[in-house]
Design a protein. Structure first.
Length: 168
């Protein structure tokens, strides 16, 4: 047998079902000054005003069941969501502009993955540098710092970084 819930479901008036006695009760609660209110029993068959539903006739209930959602515009239908529009299935050939847009999208995704080796170069106005590419300012090749074991390569890289810095 399962255990009763810690916080039993309550009606709008706060009436819950006591899990031990299976009677309808208003559970004990704490007042703002810290004292406890006693648990109150609710007579069988009593329904407080907060829990009384508004009467709806059969036709009114049927109208409510078939009502459109709030804010819906009559006659408007959302555009169809199909995979044919994206061109992934290849049944419909892409137009010239759609091909251009697809190429642009691929290029953006490819450029998004490129991380520059030196973030300081970007501040000075040069483009993203990749290992082995020419630096636009000095015309020298930028060496990657991949040779951790070689002290000469590290010293040369450090010397070139110091040359780039200028004290104003």
């Amino acid at each position: 047998m399962s255990r009763p819930p810690i916080t039993p479901e309550q009606t709008a008036a706060g009436i819950a079902l006591d899990p031990h006695t299976l009677e309808r009760v208003i559970p004990e609660s704490r007042r703002p000054d810290g004292t406890l209110r006693k648990q109150l029993k609710v007579r069988p068959g009593f329904t407080p005003q907060e829990d009384v539903r508004r009467f709806r006739g059969t036709k009114q209930a049927q109208m409510d069941a078939h009502a459109l959602p709030k804010g819906h515009i009559i006659g408007w239908a959302p555009p169809p969501t199909s995979t044919a529009a994206s061109g992934s299935n290849g049944t419909k050939p892409l137009s010239k502009s759609a091909k251009k847009n697809a190429k642009r999208k691929e290029k953006r995704e490819k450029d998004k993955d490129v991380v520059p080796d030196n973030w300081d170069d970007e501040d000075e106005g040069s483009s993203n540098t990749t290992p082995g590419s020419k630096d636009s300012k000095d015309g020298e090749a930028v060496a990657p710092d991949t040779d951790a074991g070689s002290k000469e390569a590290g010293a040369a890289g450090l010397a070139s970084e110091l040359e780039k810095l200028s004290v104003k």
